[in-house]
Design a protein around this ligand. Sequence first.
Ligand SMILES: [Fe+2]
Ligand SMILES: [Fe+2]
Length: 292
Amino acid sequence: MNKPDQFVNNNPLQNLEDWENDLKERYPQTEEESDNKDGYRNYSNGSRQDTVREFYRLNHQYQTYDFVQQKEQEFLQFNKQEMGFWEAVDFLNTLVDDSDPDTDLDQLQHLLQTSEAIRADGHPDWFVLTGFIHDFGKVLCLFGEPQWAVVGDTFPVGCQFSDKIVFPEFFENNPDSKNSEFNSKYGVYSPNCGLDLVKMSWGHDEYLYQMVKDYLPEPALYMIRYHSFYPQHKENAYDHLMSQHDHNMFDWVKKFNPYDLYSKVPTPPNAKELRPYYEDLVAKYLPAKLKF
Ligand SMILES: [Fe+2]
Ligand SMILES: [Fe+2]
């Protein structure tokens, strides 16, 4: 049985950014922030913590090996919709975060803040583009997918769940944790087999990776595919599955992470002014139509 109970609220987060805000608390950028953990939170006490907890309860219970396989079959045929790049931006932007007291950033603003911070640091153009598109996979929400199957820290399925994953106790309810095929250290994998052979919990990272894998350089693809894999890029919980090549490429994933989590530029990027630059950049690397 891997169908969420119909009476369970599949979307406990008030908005998707609650997950990212929780990450900022878990992984503060500066010592000052860790001393002042609630500094940027304004919710009445407890409510975000409760919804984030409930979100992970669902995520950890339902992200099984079979579930990931089902979602791969459903979404990796890319036969849902074709969109031009800017059409996709507009579509993604209909995912409005309207209840967060901290920010009036829409999805496009988060993407531009990330990519503009990367550009300001003088990184190569494909790195800028990566920042600009890295959360495109969140359109899954607009295809009716529950929050717990779109965002949240990702982790390997098919082997033992690490206790370094946030809220590890919730894996108790995941049937894979009772399945001897999947619950050993290596499960269906072999030592240092390399992450390309490892199935990750399903979400916006893998979906976008599969969509753009033929168009971008390898470091960009690692950043897209593993940017939510906090149990590894922050906790090193899965060294035993990684190849040396993965470790080398994770330098890029780690380089990307601060841009994703902490880039706040003083003046919000002007989407209209920036559009010609991004149009050229997108045209340089991506096809005119993207398949979703
Ligand atoms: Fe993301
Ligand atoms: Fe992001």
